[in-house]
Design a binder for this molecule. Sequence first.
Ligand code: UDP
Length: 249
Amino acid sequence: MEKQYEGKAKILYSTENPEVLLTHFKDDATAFNAQKRGTIAEKGKINCQITVALFQWLESKGISTHLIEQSADDQILVKRVKIIPVEVVVRNLAAGSLCRQTGLEEGYKLPFPLVEFYFKNDELGDPLLTRDRLLILAVASEEQLEQLQSLALSINQHLQEFFASCQITLVDFKLEFGIDSQGQILLADEISPDTCRLWDQTEKDPQARVMDKDRFRRDLGQVETAYQQVQKRVLDKLASDTYFFPDNL
Ligand code: UDP
């Protein structure tokens, strides 16, 4: 297998099939545009498992993803796609850069889900883009941007509902999309505690409730435990869902 690309949290390899790539999830963790680095024990396996579970859940709701199958604890086989160089962020509650840039208080419930597009460019520090800047940069056509917006909102609805049933609040998250050889837009990359803000509804304390990468970013400790807890709740929820896993009947 030949390494195609190594990112901060994953490595992509080619396979014998030119249409198929293998994604390996690493234990490495980075934050603040890789200025802070570390490792989170078992993160690769945990994030792989959570991504597979959530992508399968979304597929069952009619969202097309690049996932083919899980091939090892920390590896998935995916359809080769051309990644659209935008990070699509959806926010339900104010947190992170939204608070820093607007002064909104952390946890403020937004009147509607906010969809934002950031330019996927580490050198430029992933800046927030306006719609016209997106069109000028030609990262996607106007029609594709409309599609991304509506896919992001629909994914948000499904994920919010799913996490709520695990007693987790989906504060915000980042999505990436790719275009396959037929020109279809597919959800790509990962959905995990690395890419979402997730708050434990059973905890009121603003630090204790954090179940995501903010524990690493803000040195809150218990990072692995939090990731494991998300994994457990997600998998337990799916296992108890007889519609999703009919074999459990
Ligand atoms: N996010 C991500 N990768 C990035 C930037 C953001 O996965 O390169 C996720 C982040 O984990 C959070 C959401 O997108 O769930 C919104 O992040 P925000 O813009 O608030 O950035 P931050 O405060 O993390 O700099």
